[in-house]
Design a protein around this ligand. Structure first.
Ligand code: PLP
Length: 404
């Protein structure tokens, strides 16, 4: 019989930790919402919901839709078209890519820079290209997933230290084989907690123990430092503090892609050895042009960084005064701790129903029992909108109970 020949096969999709159907059934699923239009002042138009205050985005300086950046992208399409002739090493390099890399190097105070097709790919490609068997890579426990994946892909020994705990980092460095090549990798600003790495101490320890230092500036470009140049500016440290300066072109910089800025030797190496560079197509012209223009805008309009600071304090001071636990944040990422998954989902629901676009972050992205709303402020939010968000969060937390 033909039926006897059909084999039983296991499900295509393995078990996951996300009980998506549960959230959908409870009306608590707010992911993959479709934004239809950008509006001024950090607002968006969401399909089926109308105008909302965007309190969960990464456009920290409010540069999405900036006229100069839009125009640069349009002109790039006119001049080069929408794609490239392939990978950078072969036919895909445009003069625009080289110009962007020179600008990134100048912005970060390095000799050179290299761009990749995303921030995720940048970490994956860079870490896995630099490390070999016998090397040791030491990471903060809360580093972004793309760093973790890069470490796992390399054949190096992968060890972690407790979050921002310098004694534990020193213990890890001291315990590593003294003859091994060592790389310490940290986020500048931690993407779920909003706190800042203790860079002065990390870099001192790296020098003491002969380790190289890589810092991911995905959430610090435009955010940290008086003029938004990032973590060295924030701490008043010299430009050569960090060996491998990684960042994304997808957050403050409203484009797509990632970069590494560093020495000529490092960038040459990555352009010829990093598989994520060699085997992935070049950044599309519009993305490269938008990123280049955005870096110029950050320098031309320093008042945006100052407005972001003002908005951060305006929002977080009121939330702290109301009794919310915001962890140790000191940046535009403001975690609003709810601890229990249901409470975070209910508070997100309360806000979403009232025109505030904010998401609940739950396990496995954060540890079990650490569920939160991950709110983010931007330079273009108005004080009135931020006040409305504070009032709504307080009212929602009171109604749900056990958050304040
Ligand atoms: C700290 C950090 N590094 C890297 C990335 C990956 O960047 P991209 O989204 O540009 O791929 C992210 C993304 O959210 C991030 O938060």
């Amino acid at each position: 019989m033909i039926q006897d020949l059909i084999m039983e096969v296991p499900s295509l999709t393995p078990d996951t930790l996300w009980d998506i159907e549960f959230y959908k059934d409870q009306g608590l699923y707010f992911y993959l919402e479709e934004i239809e239009k950008l509006l001024p002042n950090g607002r968006v138009h969401v399909k089926g919901r109308g105008e909302m205050i965007m309190l969960g985005g990464y456009s920290y300086l409010g540069l999405i839709g900036h006229p100069k950046i839009n125009q640069a992208a349009q002109e790039a399409i006119e001049r080069y078209g929408t794609g490239t002739y392939g990978v950078r090493l072969l036919a895909g390099t445009l003069d625009l890519h080289s110009e962007l890399e020179r600008k990134i190097a100048e912005f970060k105070g390095t000799a050179d820079a290299v761009t990749f097709s995303s921030g995720y790919v940048t970490n994956l490609a860079t870490i896995s290209a630099l490390l070999r068997k016998g090397d040791v890579v030491i990471c903060d426990k809360l580093n972004h997933a793309s760093i973790v994946d890069g470490c796992l892909l390399s054949l190096a020994k992968f060890v972690r230290f407790r979050h921002n705990d310098m004694e534990h980092l020193e213990y890890r460095l001291a315990s590593a084989d003294p003859s091994a090549r060592k790389l310490v990798v940290v986020d500048a600003v931690f993407s779920m907690d909003g706190d800042v790495i203790d860079l002065p101490e990390v870099s001192r320890l790296c020098r003491q123990y002969g380790a190289y230092l890589m810092v991911d500036e995905a959430h610090s470009i435009g955010v940290l430092g008086k003029t938004g140049h990032g973590i060295e500016e924030h701490f008043g440290l010299p430009n050569d503090t960090v060996d491998i300066k990684m960042g994304t072109l997808s957050k403050t910089i409203p484009s797509a892609g990632g970069y590494v800025a560093g020495s000529d030797e490092l960038c040459q190496f990555l352009k010829h050895e990093a598989r994520g560079f060699i085997f992935s197509a070049a950044l599309p012209p519009a993305s490269a042009a938008a990123a280049l223009a955005a870096l110029e805008v950050i320098e031309e309009e320093p008042e945006r960084s100052q407005r972001l600071q003002r908005n951060y304090f305006h929002f977080s001071d009121q939330l702290r005064a109301a009794g919310f636990d915001l962890l140790q944040t000191e940046t535009a990422i403001i975690p609003i701790m709810c601890f229990e998954l249901e409470k975070a989902a209910l508070l997100a629901h309360y806000c979403q129903q009232r025109g505030i676009f904010v998401q609940a972050i739950v396990a496995p992205v954060v540890p079990e029992g650490q569920a939160r709303l991950r709110s983010t402020v931007c330079a273009t939010h108005t004080l009135e909108d931020l006040d409305y968000c504070v009032e709504t969060l307080i009212a929602g937390a009171k109604e749900i109970g056990g958050i304040l």
